[in-house]
Design a protein around this ligand. Sequence first.
Ligand code: HEM
Length: 446
Amino acid sequence: MSIARQAATLPLPPGRTGLPWIGETLSFLLDPDFATKRRQEHGAIFRTHIIGRPTVVMSGAAANKFILSTHFDKFSWRDGWPDNFKELLGASLFLQEGVEHQRNRRLLMPAFHGKALTNYVSTMNEITDRYLAKWSQTGNLTWFPELKNLTFEIASVLLIGSEPGAETIELSRLFTELTNGLFTIPLNWSYTTYGRAVAARDVLLAHIEKVVLERQQAPTQDALGLLVQSQDEEGNRLSVAELKVQALLLLFAGHETTTSLVSSLCLALARHPEILATTRAEQVQIGLDAPITIDSLKQMTYLDRVLREVERMYPPVGGGFRGVTEEFEFNGYRVPKGWQVLYRIPEAHYDAEIYPEPDTFDPDRFAPERYEYKPSDYNFATYGGGSRICIGMAFAQMELKIIAAKLLRHYSWELLPNQNLTLDPIPTLHPRDGLKVKFEKLDMSA
Ligand code: HEM
């Protein structure tokens, strides 16, 4: 029997499809443990019906490797995104495939590596200092929305060249309108959520276009300044229309995820004072007033382990959707063309065979002598993996480290009582009550 005939006789994955039309969408959206419970029931692959399509959910390191690497060509990113994303985020990297994707990724890359990152350090330092000083004057904070303002300002200044202050505040408001439209009914009228999102998108794109034209006249060191100059080996460049949508996407992808990780870091350190003390001792050793530079960041090796452990335990993104472009077989089951696949990130991170005692916050599991983290095994997927791994990973990790170092050097925070610290996964992992803390400047004279 041919391999194709053999695959056709295999059963569909186990599972259920729920109610007519809406399937199991509500359980998926409302139950944070939906995927974990089903994995316990059915294993690494199960069938359901969400967001209007038959879907298989696949989890664990082997599934990640299958989708992100070895069988990458059987899946479509574009097909995995709902229509609202296609309309609101335009023809940007998230929605591109094949040669077009490779070309654009190559052209965007220079803004996220090497010298470009070095140039971003001073802006990240300045903006962070300003926010931390402001918070210490406020005292008691609901921290998550404040952290989001901080990461939005860093992203909008560095990625779309906005001016800190009134302009960034207005861009942030427009951006909230845009993101509200991603998960709503697509009725494009001026008074609907979706209509306001489309209007906000247009104002944001007009703003970015103005900056692109300025950067073309006089290039700068921010990401847009680099992107207008970026060209590949054949001399191709991004057009103004392409630059606009790609920059908007970067702003979208680049700040909510980072907010989630900073907030999880702060929560984890508040719950583990002994680890906080070790992390702070490293900063004391480097020098509390030593400038934060690319070189000093490299010396913060214990902080690196703490951040990897936060990324393992609290991945901001739960997974990624793909369209199935070619029928495939996984673990003895058949998945038909036209279905949707969701690969899951957290399950591999909590696999006790890879990470012993996975519920324990243990940064030393990332110490070189233990080396539980083996990226080639796809057992760590906070930033996705394979050739479409997050393009902003180094940017985000540098930003996280700068914010963390500054917090540890000069500030303290304490969880306030009477708050729900449950982490909700959608749209990105976030504390239900917004993380309420008492925030203070440390008195270093004591
Ligand atoms: C802690 C922060 C971040 C996390 C956890 C994160 C996570 C991810 C994940 C999981 C993916 C792959 C999704 C999939 O396979 O379906 C991804 C892709 C992507 N991320 Fe991030 N991200 C972060 C920060 C950023 C930043 C700062 C930027 C840009 C400034 C960015 C831009 C992108 C882009 C453009 C892609 C698509 C790449 C491609 O298709 O080639 N991300 N990210």
